[in-house]
Design a binder for this molecule. Structure first.
Ligand code: P6P
Length: 334
């Protein structure tokens, strides 16, 4: 089913599990390992969703009182979500390595070859929104990790090598959006039956929408081209929408169109967003949905060669026409 039909209408009840097996069946040589990994992510999402929705009742809001490897205040639910993912993925034989925003180094679970994949994730993106009941999410990226060449920092692969990518948005409903390279599919958790139900297949991002999303509070330290874009956009009647949680902002862009940016700033000269487990998975999803995802006017995010697991990268992604408006200004004002 394409998303030309009203979102949410489905001819038959297809769960995420059934969808994963449908996709696996298209690859007769598939061993089912990737399906098991995706299943672990689905279970993690349900458990994290429950923790997020009960956070104030269970008194697990607020920070743990220390900083994570990123130098950011670690929220209690960051730790809880991270442990849920480490635990569920650790039980899947196909997972050789897990890398998390919350862990300084990737965790080697099995030797190269024994496990087949590296799973990278931001367990609870935008967690500073939790206290005010704002949108938060989980972002994941899956790379192959199954040959000896991968043994030394083998997780440092370009985003174009991703096998799968996706996110879970814990918003007004719990939505899982993912791709294995054959288009973007969307699922909503039905709490009555505890299953993710497919509500859209082969999502296509709208080609244009006069809406931009970035933190204008950093405007004074943006490179000139970004400010020239903002002047142009505001002179052309654009609206501004910004949640401050990448998953929530990108989900809106995916469904409604527009452009999301995290430019370089004085505080974050390479931007704030992490390449391996934020920018790369979102870039794969946006490109699979017919959008554009750039780090600079000359370089796709998916072509950036990683040198460190937590490295940051500028992000400009969304509808092709809207990304091009930003690139036009950046090129005119290098
Ligand atoms: P700022 C959340 O902390 C996050 O990593 C992304 O989810 C979000 O897009 C960005 O940082 C928000 O950063 O500086 O605008 O608060």
């Amino acid at each position: 089913m394409s998303n030309t039909q009203p979102l949410g209408r489905q001819d038959s009840l297809i769960t995420l599990q059934a969808h994963i097996l449908e996709q696996q069946a298209r690859f007769p040589e598939a061993s089912g390992t990737l399906s098991w990994v995706l299943s672990a992510l689905s279970i993690s999402a349900k458990i994290i969703a429950n923790s997020v929705r009960r956070a104030r009742l269970d008194d697990v809001l607020g920070s743990v009182g220390n900083e994570n490897v990123q130098g950011e205040q670690q929220q209690k639910l960051d730790v809880i979500a991270n442990e849920i993912l480490l635990r569920t993925l650790g039980k899947r034989e196909g997972v050789a390595v897990v890398a998390s925003e919350e862990n300084e180094e990737p965790v080697l679970l099995r030797s190269v070859g024994a496990g087949k994949y590296c799973v990278l994730f931001d367990p609870l993106d935008g967690s500073s929104n939790l206290d005010v009941c704002g949108g938060v999410g989980t972002i994941f990226s899956i790379l192959r990790y199954d040959n000896p060449a991968h043994s030394d920092n083998g997780w440092l692969q370009t985003g174009s090598k991703q096998v799968a990518a996706g996110y879970v948005l814990y918003g007004s409903s719990t939505v899982l959006v993912m791709t294995i390279g054959m288009g973007v599919d969307m699922f909503v958790l039905d709490p009555a039956i505890g299953a993710f139900i497919r509500v859209a297949e082969k999502l296509q991002i709208p080609s244009a929408n006069k809406s931009y999303s970035l933190n204008e509070g950093n405007r004074l330290t943006f490179p000139t081209g970004y400010n020239k874009y903002l002047d142009w956009a505001q002179a052309n009647g654009y609206s501004s929408r910004y949640v401050g949680a990448m998953v929530a902002d990108v989900h809106r862009i995916l469904l409604k169109g527009g452009v999301f940016m995290y430019p370089p700033t004085k505080k974050a000269p390479n931007g704030k967003l992490r390449l391996m487990y934020e920018a790369n998975p979102m870039a794969m999803l946006i490109e699979q949905a017919g959008g554009k995802a750039m780090a600079t006017p000359q370089q796709r995010i998916l072509d950036v060669t990683p040198t460190a697991i937590h490295q940051r990268v500028p992000v400009i992604l969304g509808s092709p026409a809207e990304v091009d408006h930003v690139l036009t200004q950046l090129n005119a004002h290098p």
